[in-house]
Design a protein around this ligand. Sequence first.
Ligand code: WT7
Length: 589
Amino acid sequence: MTEGLRAERQGGPRAEHQGGRAAGHLADTTGQREEGELLNIGAICSDRVCARGHADRVALIWEGFGDRKATYTFGDLKVFSNGFAQMLVDQGIAPGDRVCLFMDKIPSLYFAFLGVLKMGGVVQPLFSAFGDESLEVRLASAGTTAILTTRKHVKKVRKILDRLPDLTHVIVVEGDPSKLKDGEVFFDVESAPRVEEFDVYRSGPETPSVLHYTSGTTGQPKGAQHAHDSIWGQALTTSWVLDLKEDDIYWCTADPGWVTGTSYGIIGPWSLGVTQCVLDSGFTSARWYQFIADNHVTVWYSAPTAIRSLMRDGDELVAKYDLSSLRHLASVGEPLNAEAVVWSEKTYGLAFHDTFWQTETGSIMIANYPGMPIKPGSMGKPFPGIAAAVLDLKTYEPLTEPDSVGLIAFRPGWPSMFRAYLNEPAKYASRFVGAADGATPDELRTDTSLWYVSGDRSSVDADGYFWFVGRDDDVINTGGHLVGPFEIESALVEHEAVAEAAAVGKPDAVNMEVVKAFVTLKPGFEPSGDLELSIMNFIRKKLSPLAMPQEIEYKDKLPRTRSGKILRRYLRAIEWGEDVGDLSTLEDD
Ligand code: WT7
């Protein structure tokens, strides 16, 4: 480490952020610091567990495609995350730099995640199925300095590197080192020299930690910036909602490219020193059941799309596996239909417990707790300490009449709340109602007289249970993943044949929604099945398989408001068989 960097890490630019909440027992991580001084997620999830005498406990049970398997202890987690942290420091990466992780769910993804945090970097995980355009937009927005990837995915990085002046480091963590291009660095943590001790960056509660991109209705995706303080909320909810105990074997099926895969697929379980499993292979019901049976999974956190797929594959399959280790099931990401809850109770003897939260909230906000009577179809009740309400759609006043539909909103100030939309303070401010003009992000997130508005609609019944109604915007939720219509439309009009485009969600039995595109063609192009395939593939490659339209409808013209905005809501209503209402009111939107 250079002297300059060491000086900065020990007293430097972030020292002013060290105040705030007393760090308490979670902060006692390495034994090298005074208690209460350091709050670092990377260290809490590895060094601290070892310091408490659990270095030999299994941290990660990993399975990949075919029969690839590996097991790592918390001691390994400490050493390998140190390895990544030291390598990044040696490469000249500085605290505060954005470091992107762009790889499948391989073990190095998990080590690197903790390693980036340990050296004070901001970790930016991106879904490995993203195409080059999805990747470029997010790296450019974040001004990312370094990207860690694999041989399999580095090609997409090479394609866009010229357009990303800030991206000065491409580090390949797996594959054949002889195949790298000039300037690319190869680093395999498991064969590199072991780094037993690393001088952890002195992050405080407000030091930026994880950066997740999330889609909105308008514009490109926004970078939701989290801070190390988030671990309080993540640890508590993992304990009280997911019910994790020291001897559990936990499986979160989410990919760390999305927030569930970091809050509950890394930070939550490991902050509590719990063993977790990762399956890095495609979905089949049989493989999932085998995985649960082989690894004696006790607590399972998944998503409605997966649950509906399991349902579709039927009860006979379930009977072939010994799933008796399971004791608690939870779900997130999209509405969990009542049938799925009833089915899981009948089939596994355990009901899936629905939970509600968002990239921006960082941790579970509304949930069905263990032991609480479940009303199938309801998301449950607010987590203790979370003040939640539904607000009138127009006045933003809390609705007190049971069962009335309004906007789900939370009083700000919970620890895992996002601290910013990177570089977009006005967008951040727009998520709060009641704020004074010009309020700073710090004022917004600590002013408990405001409401943070989630963008979802719900009702609350007389017993205080929340019932999801739908999103309040045009964002498409496909299999629990949000995709922004604007991002898809922008990519569609880059296709040589497409003049104009609108993207909406259409109903789907398993994924809840899939993308449907409406397009008008440029002169000289005719509608055809081949053209449809060509457009679909174009989007799959550029953006991702999730964003790829499952259907393309050719139009002579697209419906627009008087001011020229495409009427997505009108197109969407037709897909859902809903009353399209009075077009003139839609036009006022
Ligand atoms: C959006 C947030 C939170 C982790 C995964 C998604 C929808 C989330 C539920 C639920 C109905 C849900 C909402 C929300 N959503 N959980 N239990 N019932 N809808 O994070 O990508 O930020 O998506 O997912 O629309 O706003 P995200």
